[in-house]
Write a protein that binds this ligand. Structure first.
Ligand SMILES: Cc1cc2nc3c(=O)[nH]c(=O)nc-3n(C[C@H](O)[C@H](O)[C@H](O)COP(=O)(O)O)c2cc1C
Length: 238
């Protein structure tokens, strides 16, 4: 079973905070699924396959407002400046990692009510995965951070889903059985988790954090269920 891929772009670290919390939720769920499988029976324990959870970032583009055209156009420069702004950034994703994942959580800052250009640029480089159908029937969720409460989080989340539908992914949001969805006064929506970052210096609220954990758990659960269902089908059909 391929890894659960938590993939994000983050210029100032807020989207990264969401990514890390989602990864935490996914890992917690996998640990509890493994413990259940082990305590159920030796046979269930033996058949349980635990995927890795990997956190990766999307390469930057040289379009930052503080970069001028005479600073060179290489993405290397942009990546170096991103690393400088956020030294803890995750390793840059490869197309092979995308192709081999068993589930995807994709995150972007809200930019003019839409995903950031580096995320779109990355998605636009995935024609080969689309042609091969590499992502079909794999679960996916989306997440975002914006500076203001009503600055377009939902339009960003919905528009990020569109390319993933083209890839045949199974979108998973959050159900209203999550108590924090009812009372959050910060981020969080049924379309996916979010963070109201203000000046990007604030940490996730308790509601945002608990929704990230729930989203990570849900994604891990679906990844495992779909993978085991598809694998059983293959075995029966063989
Ligand atoms: C070009 C640009 C456009 C933005 N557009 C919006 C917007 O439409 N709504 C909003 O609330 N914030 C907007 N922001 C603010 C970012 O969404 C916000 O700072 C976010 O938390 C950054 O995430 P990061 O820390 O992961 O980079 C914009 C920022 C930039 C640079």
């Amino acid at each position: 079973m391929g890894p659960i891929l938590i993939l994000y772009y983050s210029r100032h670290g807020s989207t990264k905070r969401l990514a890390d919390a989602i990864a935490h939720g996914a890992m917690a769920e996998l640990s509890s699924m493994e413990a259940n499988a082990i305590s159920a029976s030796p046979a269930t324990a033996a058949s349980f396959v635990r995927p890795e959870v990997i956190v990766r970032s999307v390469a930057s583009l040289n379009i930052n407002s503080n970069s001028s055209s005479d600073q060179g156009s290489g993405e290397e420069n942009a990546d170096a400046s991103l690393k400088e702004a956020n030294p803890n950034a995750a390793p840059t994703v490869t197309l092979q990692e995308l192709e081999q994942c068993s589930a995807l959580a994709l995150g972007s800052p809200t930019r003019f009510g839409n995903m950031a250009a580096p995320v779109k640029h990355f998605l636009d480089s995935t024609s080969s995965q689309w042609l091969k159908g590499s992502l079909i029937n794999k679960p996916a969720c989306v997440f975002t951070s914006s500076s203001s409460m009503h600055g377009g989080q939902e339009s960003t989340l919905l528009s990020m889903m569109i390319p993933l539908f083209h890839h045949g992914m199974v979108m998973c949001g959050l159900p209203y059985s999550e108590p924090a969805l009812h009372h959050t006064r910060s981020g969080g929506s049924p379309y996916g988790v979010s963070h109201v970052a203000l000046d990007n210096a604030v940490t996730l609220t308790e509601d945002e954090k608990s929704l990230c954990i729930a989203q990570g758990k849900r994604l891990a659960n679906l990844a495992s269920a779909l993978w085991h269902a598809n694998n059983q089908e293959t075995t029966h059909g063989a």
